[in-house]
Design a protein around this ligand. Sequence first.
Ligand code: NAD
Length: 481
Amino acid sequence: MAAMYKLLIDGKLVDGARSIGVVDPATAETFAECACADEAQLNLAIDAASRAFPQWAALPQDERGRYLLAFADALEARHGELIDLLTREQGKPTREATHEVFGAIYVLRFFAGQSLPGGKIRDTDDGAIFRQYVPLGVVAAITPWNFPLLLMLGKVAPALTVGNTMVAKPAATTPLTACLLGSIAADILPPGVLNIIVDDNDLGAALTAHADIAKISFTGSTATGKRVMSSASNALKRITLELGGNDPAILLHDVDVEIAAPHIFAAAMMNAGQVCFAAKRIYAPAALVDRLCAELARLTKEAKVGAGADPETVIGPLQNAVQFEKVRRFLADAKAAGTLVAEGQPSNQAGFFVAPAIVRDLSDDAELVREEQFGPILPILSYNSIDEVIARANNSPYGLGATIWASDTEKAIAVAERINSGTVWINKHFDLPFDIPFGGAKQSGVGYELGERGLTEYTQVKVINMTHFPRSADVAAGPLS
Ligand code: NAD
């Protein structure tokens, strides 16, 4: 049977050399077949992107922008199909899938209107210095399974708008929305500008090591990010790595716990906790821990666990079997090492469901505190002084994000300034404006996405530095005159 979801190589939708079954996390059953490339097809995609590069790079930016806007319009015309497919393959509630699909469309529109014009930096009687931002060539985009559409288009949009071409590879457990994206792009973008390759979690190394890849934009785990960095070293390729996080949420003593708790719960449980910058460990002053636990317990019991397509669902299944087993292990260990405050109602369906759970009385050495759980299991930790909580929050190899919850925002800013992470949110969360750079400190990443800073990472800054020679008396004879 030919796979229904195809690869996009050189402008054509093609079957894979192999195929993979895609599992619905709400049922744990395979519901679709997807084309899967072998290394020869990967190489064809990279060749196509290389051949397409000179012409695409030579277009004026506003023409490339028009292609991206047409792509965004075509996605919007099929947003219902994208939302349903995203819910089905990823597991997230339809409401969250809707946000993701429109976020993906808006990121395309945003970058379609962005450019890096460069220009004259200095102009004197002696000469001038110009700066240009030139595209790099073929960019490899590698994405994980938690936000398959938004993370992919968050790379495609800036990379293409400044003139690169691309080979994009989704995670093997969420390839379908990427293929649908590819089938829509096939009718709009010139052949080879965007190629979509699906693998069985086995072509990432070949893609990153390929000599014709100029830059790798990778989002995924810190462990894989390290492999990407080492693979990129063969040709000193440019890299942007958006990696794991273990974000602390710190309540200050003056916070209104009843107001903050629902925000903190949402910050931890969105997408069943499978968010790189989800709140993953909560620090509350000792005097507030009981009240916070009581509020979070209530919210935990109220949150409906179920299939993403059910409009009542607040917490969908984990995305895949490996993550499901991992989170269940975290929960069992946390229950043994700490005190279970509350656990939600498990779904009676057969999928990868884990009910939300709140755990307290864990030490900072417990796995649930030290590691990224990427699931709906939340540790609540007690602290006694600001210096202590800042030291404990910073005592992590990760530094992606953090949140501070407080009434006195001046004090919250003072704490935020001492947190070693790429972003600190105060009294809010999940706010990533497209014009603001986002990146991880420490082992949460290298480089930035979004904003002008993120756009610049898809270019080489080139300087032309010149002086004027006196005009020669016999110019007319020169071959270039
Ligand atoms: P992963 O690292 O296992 O996989 C990510 C991608 O890398 C997949 O497409 C996979 O096929 C590919 N890959 C696997 N081996 C590779 C190799 N050797 N070379 C190149 N690519 C390879 O991550 P995951 O489990 O799919 O995703 C979850 C992780 O992603 C979490 O740690 C999460 O925090 C992180 N994440 C980070 C951000 C961010 O912006 N910082 C956003 C979302 C997710």
